[in-house]
Design a protein around this ligand. Structure first.
Ligand SMILES: Cc1ncc(COP(=O)(O)O)c(C=O)c1O
Length: 403
């Protein structure tokens, strides 16, 4: 066994460009949302391939605000949004925070994503949207989801928190649904430290999102909402002489803006977007390619020919019938310096906070299995072949000692 290494789950790359911008921003005395946030939005929209991107304070807010857009189109509080049972808890929390009821659908054990064959039976007259999650960057089955959504006149909100750079049938994830919500949290592929962003090709949605992130105010054009317009902005008094558009609140809003320092970190990361993506994808695909050696004890996801996986992390699923527990594997990996995370939980049945919704353990067998038997580990840009081989060696040794 080679010398112990330290393999943290996530990393952050702060580029020279970011450092220069940060100093410039500090010298300007203007750190609240402004022109650098706008620049980051434009650059993010360009890499995803949408006409609009709206930067926010977290990925959870990106989910929440995308859901809240639905109120402008006749949704009522308490209406339903369909989500997979297995995700990071933020997905379910966001639906509730936006005032909707999450309706959970089980996932597929091999893809970790919402099972498209179970979606239709979860639709009721109150359903307004489907929110698939591209868990671990693996694209959800978007063709089927879009087809169901179209037939039932539902909006599709992609939770792409973990799926930067993912591709599905020649289309970038983030461009396939009506809106997509990304996390820019530190452990994610492109990070601003804390942050989130919604992408869309719908300019009306974009305006509503700009209003929602700033308390629901009527002032929502690109410049005004960033407080960079002059005091003589023509639109400012369009509600009448005595009504300043900045203090007319058209909808119930949030306070969810990104600041200039975060945007500067993001602009630097987007400057090396392909390097980050390629490095992470090399690591992920190398590890996935080697994983069959752990059969029948452990499995991971597989890549279809029509997709590229957003290289967020490597999921590891303990298979039925093994003689070891997840805790034993986790302890062994952690003792050997490999950071691990559980593969989340079945939100409705394994997260106590969702108990009030009345779901019962056993209703989501695949999500529950993965919630009990899954972990994920880092594959980030500061790791390379040596670290990947070390990870494989540690797992190999564990299996030899515990099979
Ligand atoms: C699938 C998923 N959705 C939403 C979020 C929320 O993102 P954030 O932590 O930036 O609020 C995360 C983040 O960790 C996530 O993994």
């Amino acid at each position: 066994m080679p010398k112990k290494m330290n393999i943290p789950f996530g990393t952050i790359t702060i580029t020279e460009q970011s450092r220069t911008l940060i100093n410039k921003i500090l010298d300007s005395n203007r750190i609240s949302s402004g022109k650098y946030v706008r620049e980051f939005e434009k650059k993010f929209a360009a890499v995803v391939g949408t006409s609009e991107a709206i930067a926010l304070s977290s990925g959870t807010d990106a989910d929440v605000l995308a859901c809240a857009v639905l109120y402008d189109y006749g949704a009522n509080r308490g209406d339903e949004i369909i989500v997979p049972a297995l995700s990071f808890v933020a997905t379910g929390n966001a639906v509730l925070q936006a005032g909707f009821t999450p309706v959970f659908v089980d996932v597929e054990r091999n893809t970790l994503n919402i099972d498209p064959s179970l979606i239709e039976r979860a639709i009721t007259p109150k359903t307004r949207a489907i929110m698939p999650v591209h868990l671990m960057g693996k694209p959800a089955e978007m063709d089927t989801i879009n087809e169901i959504a179209k037939r039932h006149k539902l909006v599709v909100i992609e939770d792409a928190a973990e799926a930067h750079g993912a591709v599905y049938k020649n289309r970038n994830i983030g461009t396939i649904g009506d809106m997509a919500a990304y996390s820019l949290y530190i452990a994610h592929i492109i990070t601003t430290g804390e942050g989130g962003i919604v992408t869309t090709n719908n300019s009306e949605y974009a305006e509503i999102l700009r209003s929602l992130r700033s308390h629901g105010r009527a002032c929502k054009c690109e410049s005004c909402v960033l407080n960079t317009a002059s005091a003589h902005c023509d639109k400012r008094f369009k509600y009448g002489d005595n009504a300043d558009i900045r203090f007319v609140f058209e909808r119930i809003g949030y306070s969810a803006k990104m600041n200039e320092l975060e945007a500067a970190i993001g602009i630097g990361a987007l400057g090396i977007y392909n390097d980050i993506l390629n490095k992470r994808r090399d690591n992920l695909y190398y590890l996935m390619g080697q994983f069959s050696r752990f059969s029948p004890y452990l499995a991971t996801i597989e890549k279809e020919s029509y997709e590229e996986i957003g290289p967020h992390a490597l999921p590891i699923i303990i298979q039925q019938g093994v003689k070891f527990t997840r805790n034993q594997l986790v302890n062994y990996m952690e003792k050997n310096g490999i950071d691990t995370r559980s593969l989340f939980s079945s939100m409705p049945t394994q997260c106590p906070g969702f108990g009030f919704l009345g779901y019962r353990l056993g209703e989501f067998p695949n999500a529950e299995y993965l919630g009990e038997n899954g972990i994920h580990i880092g594959i980030h840009q500061d790791l390379g072949r040596i670290e990947c081989d070390y990870i494989l060696n540690v797992i190999d040794k564990f299996i030899k000692e515990n099979r």
